[in-house]
Design a protein around this ligand. Sequence first.
Ligand code: GDP
Ligand code: MG
Length: 187
Amino acid sequence: MGNIFSRLFQRLFGNKEVRVLMVGLDNAGKTTLLYRIKEGSMIKTVPTIGFNMEQIEVNNLKMQVWDLGGQTSIRPYWRSYYQKQEALIFVVDSNDRERFSTAKTELLSILQEEELKNTVIAVFANKQDLPEAASAAEVSLALGLDSIKDRTWTIISTSAAKGDGIAEGFEWFLNALFSHVILYLHL
Ligand code: GDP
Ligand code: MG
């Protein structure tokens, strides 16, 4: 696992620092995902500083993690952290159908944020190891992802618990961010 991430990050980021914002409702699996990414990698960890914020640095990747939903009062704080993000990961508990609509509302509102207008977006349909979990297609429908226009986005089936899909997610970022660079350079 560590080797895969190291190689991917090296290819993806080279010497350039890339900032990734990971958000989602509480219990979606963000912290578990974070530990998946950390383990076996050459990392510096930065301890949590309140407000349900965690961050890690892996090679040239800086990742910030925030819980959303039911915590509107902390928004001004996390908003100040997410400037100049290049990639957004939105984690969904695919087993928690009751909160799909809350997740949808939170995702739509975060996509409106001015500072996040240029990010590429990967929705992680997490907890796919659970037998009753909604498929990525169901999650996509429930969150209305088809209505996301003029943005580069994808949905990826993951299991943070098992470590499935995470490498694929970052592989997708590799390609998406590369395409963005090409676009910006008008090559
Ligand atoms: P966070 O609030 O988004 O940071 O979520 P956590 O990472 O703390 O995970 C919340 C709960 O879901 C914990 O009990 C995790 O063990 C569990 N969990 C996280 N990811 C998965 C997954 O992929 N599959 C299963 N079955 N459980 C998961
Ligand atoms: Mg957490």
